[in-house]
Design a protein. Structure first.
Lengths: 168, 100
């Protein structure tokens, strides 16, 4: 059952993420990116991480993508921005080298130390789902990074306002 | 319960599609979306390995990555608005002020 859901959702994710980079119109790219994020959220549920799936939909598909669409709307792109993109040689080398990189990463992930046969795996102990174990970890072991993230968000708010405002 | 290898391969594929988008596209907004795609691919790898190893630390890292991605999106889009205001263009080839 899991393999069936995984196959369908993975196919949707790959197709949508390819569409993100080949769509001419940035609005279409943004909508396909939302579809990719929702399918990744489904995969998070399959991986026994329902809290992260919720956060993925609320923060990524909700907040960040609304920000993207808002900027696209704000800039009011003209038609000629969507014109054909040149540089055939660059495209050829980009595809070639990213294919090589894909082969490299896949090899490392499947035959390297990440392989589930070689790692002393935690298959027997299933990780606890839900918010409470994650919050336990977040507020004890990872308390400092958590607080640092709040400072980072504050700095980002101030920085965005300073840059986007025409005159302070 | 299937092993985490398919998840890791899928995360690699999504990451590579993001890399390809950054290298091939010239529209700065689409390049930015490709960066988000790369972050999402890495998040999937973290969650898959978290389940494989049976501890929650990977999920905490994904949580922090999402916070960083939100900050990055806000600042990056502000920069894009700034650049567009000055150059009236979304093509990265036009942004060559610091190119020697």
């Amino acid at each position: 059952m899991e393999i069936l859901i995984f196959s369908i959702v993975a196919l949707i994710a790959v197709i949508c993420s390819v569409q993100v980079i080949i769509s001419r119109n940035p609005v279409n790219s943004a909508l396909f990116l939302i579809a990719t994020m929702v399918s990744l959220a489904i995969l998070f549920i399959l991986l026994n991480a329902p809290f992260l799936a919720t956060i993925q939909i609320i923060v990524y598909a909700g907040a960040i993508m609304v920000l993207f669409l808002f900027v696209i709307m704000l800039l009011n792109l003209r038609r000629d921005e969507f014109g054909p993109e040149r540089r055939r040689a660059q495209r050829f080398f980009a595809i070639l080298f990213s294919f090589l990189l894909l082969i490299g990463i896949t090899t490392v992930l499947t035959v390297g130390t990440f392989n589930s046969n070689q790692v002393e795996s935690g298959w027997s102990k299933t990780i606890p789902a839900g918010v409470e174990p994650l919050a336990q970890l977040l507020f004890t072991k990872y308390l400092f990074p958590f607080e640092l993230a709040s400072v980072l968000l504050l700095v980002a708010i101030v920085g965005a306002v300073v840059m986007a405002k025409r005159r302070l | 319960m299937i092993s985490s290898s398919p998840y890791l391969i899928l995360s690699a594929v999504i990451f590579i599609i993001g890399v390809l988008g950054v290298m091939v596209r010239r529209n700065i907004l689409v390049m930015f979306m490709s960066i988000e795609l790369m972050l999402n691919g890495v998040n999937l790898a973290f969650v898959a390995l978290s389940r494989q190893l049976g501890n929650l630390d990977g999920q905490v890292v994904v949580f922090l990555v999402m916070a960083v991605a939100a900050a990055e999106a806000a600042v990056g889009l502000a920069i894009i608005i700034c650049i567009y205001r000055n150059k009236k263009s979304m093509n990265v080839d036009d942004f060559n002020l610091m190119k020697w």
